[in-house]
Write a protein that binds this ligand. Structure first.
Ligand code: SF4
Length: 383
């Protein structure tokens, strides 16, 4: 089998983001953001090269009156950098078994729900449906249960479907570097690993039990991925657990550290907001639609190249309004339960999706806005 990994210089093997992260205080970061003024925002809008202080200004309350200007700039930058294209992907949930307790998730270990892990035959049935809709980029999702959906199960799933998709991304438990190397040899393209919140104490409250309770192991996962030479890493925080502005600053800090350290790898940012689920948790800090628009535009102004992704957690109306303001990839018709497309549509979802329109309808909406729909991830992967 060909080794497709990117070469990583030996000198960076021992460094991780934790060294950078530990130099920052959550409270100081938040105070810094909240103290930004209109003058800071104007400077951030009109400079050609934006730094962290500019990013803080763009996500601050002082930037609210400038939202229209931010949206206009974000639109222009996205059009210039990505053309009028938008990439489509489909999530496929393989299992809802999980050994973690996460306060915000329907699959949490103590939730009394029927547990299910797809067999090979069931995976292929789901794949047939997803392919029939045109998708060529798939996101495989599992809970964190080593015995049932550990590395061997994920590796088998990737091998099983690799001939059917140009791009296979996973969102599963954080793994060690050799595990990622193995999965890449089998055809893995990208990994999404969200920190949920960069607030250490709040993180502990929301992840009291299981492997996920180890904050640092999760924080250093993108480093292990970068060291393994993965093609793309997806970052994000779950908005609602803590202050979205501070969490976004730390996401941006994480992104810049990774880009500098693993410069051959590509990056994407997602913007999940807490959604209702079984045993539902109310957001501690609300993030309004206007806040989310502000954040997406701020990320686009801060980094012209990073891919920005939007899932079906958000409503039809919101998605229609945001697709031209910086977003570069989008899912549609998603099911967040294992077998949800055809095998067992009635099983319990991880969270409720909001935009339930069929893929065809979403594609029509995108085309109506002048966007060209791209089904596989960006061409240079294969180039
Ligand atoms: S968020 Fe992930 S790890 Fe946590 S309970 Fe849900 S599936 Fe398990």
């Amino acid at each position: 089998m060909t080794d497709t990994r990117l070469p990583i210089p030996a000198k960076i093997q021992n460094k991780t983001f934790k060294d950078t992260f530990d130099k920052y205080s959550w409270d100081e970061v938040l105070t810094g953001i909240l103290s930004k003024t209109k003058e800071d925002v104007k400077k951030a809008l009109h400079t050609s090269k934006r730094d962290f202080e500019d990013f803080k200004a763009l996500i601050s309350p002082a930037a609210k009156p400038f939202l229209e200007e931010m949206a206009s700039l974000s639109y222009q930058i996205t059009k210039k950098r990505f053309g009028n294209t938008i990439q489509m992907y489909a999530p496929m949930y393989l299992s809802n078994e999980c050994q973690n307790i996460c306060t915000y998730c329907g699959f949490s270990m103590t939730n009394k729900i029927p547990r299910r892990t797809l067999t090979d035959a069931e995976i292929l049935k789901e794949v047939d449906f997803i392919k029939s809709k045109g998708y060529d980029h798939i996101l495989l999702v599992t809970g964190e249960a080593n015995k049932t959906v550990g590395v061997d199960y994920i590796n088998n799933a990737i091998k099983l479907i690799r001939s059917r998709f140009s791009n296979i991304t996973i969102e599963v438990q954080p793994l060690d570097k050799p595990d990622y190397e193995l999965l890449m040899e089998s055809g893995l393209y990208a990994v999404l690993v969200y920190q949920e919140t960069y607030h250490k104490d709040e993180y502990k409250k929301h992840h009291p039990k299981g492997k996920k309770s180890n904050f640092n192991y999760r924080l250093e996962t993108p480093d292990r991925l970068g060291q393994a030479g993965i093609y793309k890493i997806g970052l994000g925080a779950l908005f609602g657990l803590e202050d979205w502005r501070a969490d976004s600053f730390f996401t941006a800090l994480h992104l810049k550290y990774l880009q500098k350290t693993y410069w051959k790898t590509k990056y994407s940012i997602s913007f999940p907001r807490l959604r209702p689920h079984s045993g539902g948790l109310e957001p501690k800090v609300e993030m309004t639609d206007s806040d989310l628009v502000q954040l997406i535009c701020a990320f686009r102004l801060f980094d012209e190249d990073v891919e920005l992704s939007m899932s079906t957690r958000e409503s039809e109306v919101f998605r229609e309004n945001i697709v031209q303001l910086g977003i570069t990839s989008i899912s549609a018709e998603s099911k967040t339960n294992p077998g949800g497309y055809v095998v067992e549509p009635q099983s319990l979802e991880q969270f409720e999706i909001s935009d339930e329109r069929p893929t065809e309808e979403v594609v029509e909406m995108l085309k109506g806005k002048g966007l060209e729909v791209v089904w596989k991830d960006w061409e240079d992967f294969h180039g």
